[in-house]
Design a protein around this ligand. Structure first.
Ligand code: SME
Length: 165
């Protein structure tokens, strides 16, 4: 398999249609969750041109309170463990909801992995009612992600789930 570069439409509807197709293309037929997340991180990083980091943190134990451990990602090396309720990722995990941060310096407790990062989006990943991890993306551009991205990414994440988790 070799990667063929794809043009992403500028409009959100077209962008997310292409993103969904690309994720399907590079994950379909694979049953291993980590392998799927690894290609998904790559597809996401390529799709969001101004993202400097795209990847996943996975719940490290049976319960969300056990915190997050680093999963497949694309970008600079990052913090490997994030406690429940800490940083943007741990806060999204604790709240059980997505967080869109327009300027990370304004988010109290934000964990900086790359000093060039300005904005961030974190989307919890659910298997049924249970949060099993989060998608995290960072950008060098302030307010790069918006509420429409949050909505689209929430709809898109279930296609990456693979049993058994
Ligand atoms: N900024 C995140 C930490 C992970 S890095 O962005 C990759 C946070 O505050 O949880």
């Amino acid at each position: 398999m070799s990667y063929i570069e794809v043009e992403y439409p500028a409009d959100k509807a077209g962008f997310y249609k292409t993103l969904r197709e690309q994720l399907a293309l590079y994950t379909e037929g694979e049953s291993d969750f980590i392998a799927v997340l690894a290609n998904a991180a790559s597809v996401l990083k390529l799709a969001f041109k101004e993202a400097n980091w795209a990847g996943f943190y996975l719940v490290s134990g049976d319960a969300p309170e056990s915190g997050l451990k680093l999963g497949p990602f694309q970008g600079k090396p990052a913090v490997q463990r994030i406690g429940f309720g800490l940083g943007v990722c741990g806060t999204a995990l604790k709240r059980g909801e997505s967080i869109v941060v327009e300027e990370v310096e304004c988010f109290e407790g934000h964990i900086a992995c790359d000093c060039n990062t300005h904005s961030e989006i974190v989307i919890p990943m659910r298997d049924g009612d249970k949060i099993i991890g989060v998608l995290d993306m960072d950008s060098i551009t302030p307010a790069y992600f918006d509420d429409a991205d949050r909505e689209e990414l929430e709809k898109l994440l279930p296609m990456l789930l693979r049993p058994p988790m």
